[in-house]
Design a protein around this ligand. Structure first.
Ligand SMILES: [Zn+2]
Length: 484
């Protein structure tokens, strides 16, 4: 590392609130949010008048609400001044940021749709491109790519939350995070993770090879204590290496599953094989990926309420719904400088749950795991909508299954679901078990009963013969005139 890098690292370290979390914090991620609210109140008179001169331990839910409303007003002023998109739209509508005083007032602010961002990403940039430290584009499976600008402050604040989250999962001192992302394309999550480890003082090892043996070798050599990566890939490593290596002997503290939905059947198997908890992370590129993470309770993801405002709305009426109710997740970037997005329709189905949490956190609202991305749902048999995750649940229930791909075709009026399955057990009995398990998915079962879907077919593949592909390519739809 050069001298300049060392200076930069020292500056970033000093600015990280993650490094101010006391050692005895019960849930470091929440403490970090309280610290951020207090630091902001110190510098912002308006907020100080509302929440007073509290210490981080004194922060309660209502203070966080007030902090978020304050940051929302501030962000509204910023986008109305600095982004062409919101300047035009909100001024035309006569939006007055100062009138946003309660969460219900948010209903008056129009949504931002992903298609609007995809059509003209530059209209959403609040800083000149020279002030943009990095640009990322989304890797979505549908539509145009959305370009997101990040300033240095945006990157630091992401590193800050990642470092706090790593503390929350129990990383400390000499721990090493093994970062496992094979075949990463548009943006490299490993880069940000390795950076967060560095400033937080942890070790990291990154391996982007799809080669299972290489992953294991690097993991062992680096002395990894924690693992983060795509669940489908970690699962592959587990299933293929489990017979050669006693994975429990590696004494991994936690496994973090990210970038793909984690099915419960897969979680259970990973936990049994490695002897540690597997925690889910949720995020989207528009908001810097690391947006929410599970604690050991594993019944919802703690949210980053310092940087993001989470709302759940009824997708039909567009109105906010109370905590506990399912709906579409709508996010606002409260601190984003590069591409600040206001009330962005994520298309994800979720609910927020009220605090407290069994882990000891007091005020942080949790996100109940999205059942799936709305536009990732697909239809079979005349309109039964299915989340791809349901197939994961059904297939990985069988412990011999290592990977699979679903190919959907049409024969006459009927949809044909062919599962190519890489499995250790390729017997007829195994085939029947998979067919049964898939047919138990309500939408598939109903489709078969109504004669709109053929009985699912299973084609077995030899171990190691299927090329690893991320979830987005798990389902190949070959139907013509397929109606989304
Ligand atoms: Zn918790």
């Amino acid at each position: 590392m050069g001298a300049l890098d060392a200076v930069k690292l020292a500056i970033v370290r000093r600015r990280l609130l993650a490094n101010r979390i006391p050692k005895d914090s019960i849930y470091p991620l929440e403490t970090w949010m309280a610290i951020k609210a207090c630091v902001t109140a110190k510098n912002e008179r308006e907020l100080k008048d509302i929440i007073g001169k509290k210490d981080q331990e004194e922060i309660v839910r209502n203070d966080i609400d007030e902090y978020q409303l304050f940051m929302f007003r501030k962000q509204l002023r910023n986008v109305m001044e600095n982004t062409p998109f919101y300047r035009d739209r909100f001024n035309d509508l006569g939006i007055d940021p100062d009138r946003i005083r309660t969460m219900d007032d948010l209903n008056d602010i129009p949504f931002t749709y992903p298609s609007e961002l995809a059509d003209a990403p530059m209209l959403f940039m609040a800083v000149s491109r020279t002030r943009t430290a990095r640009e990322f584009s989304t890797t979505g499976t549908t539509g145009k790519r959305k370009l997101i600008g990040y300033t240095t402050n945006d990157l630091i604040s992401k590193i800050d939350i990642i470092a706090s989250a790593l503390k929350s999962i129990g990383m400390s001192g000499d721990d090493v995070l093994h970062i496992m992302f094979p075949a990463v394309s548009a943006w490299d999550p490993g880069l940000m993770l390795a950076g967060a480890c560095k400033v937080a003082g942890y070790g990291s090892s990154t391996c982007s090879s799809p080669d299972i043996k290489e992953q294991m070798t690097i993991m062992k050599e680096s002395g990894a204590t924690h693992i983060i990566g795509l669940p489908s890939f970690i699962y592959r490593v587990t299933a293929l290496m489990g017979s050669e290596t006693d994975l429990r002997s590696l004494k991994i503290g936690k496994i973090i599953s990210t970038s793909e939905p984690l099915s419960e059947s897969m979680r259970t198997k990973l936990q049994n094989a490695w002897g540690c908890n597997v925690l889910d992370v949720w995020g989207m590129t528009e908001f810097g990926l690391a947006c929410a993470i599970e604690c050991d309770e594993r019944n919802g993801l703690h949210t980053d309420e310092a940087n993001l405002l989470y709302e759940i709305i009824d997708p039909d009426t567009g109105k906010r719904v109370p905590d506990g109710k399912m709906g579409e997740l709508v996010l606002t970037g409260l601190t984003a400088e590069g591409t600040p997005l206001i009330r962005y329709r994520t298309r994800d189905i979720a609910a927020m749950t009220a605090p407290p949490c069994g882990c000891g956190s007091k005020f942080n609202r949790k996100l109940v795991k999205p059942a799936g991305r709305m536009d990732m749902q697909f239809k079979v048999g005349m309109g039964y909508k299915i989340f791809p995750l349901l197939f994961d649940e059904a297939l990985f229930e069988d412990e011999n299954v290592i990977d699979y791909q679903l190919i959907i075709t049409k024969e006459g009026f009927k949809d044909v679901l062919t599962f190519e399955v890489e499995s250790k057990d390729r017997s007829d009995a195994a085939r029947s078990r998979i067919v049964n398990s898939v047919s138990k998915i309500m939408e598939i079962g109903d489709g078969i009963k109504d004669d709109l879907i053929e009985t699912p077919r299973v084609v077995f593949k030899e171990i190691g013969s299927m090329e690893y592909s991320a979830k987005a390519k798990k389902i190949v739809d070959l139907r013509e005139n397929f109606d989304l």
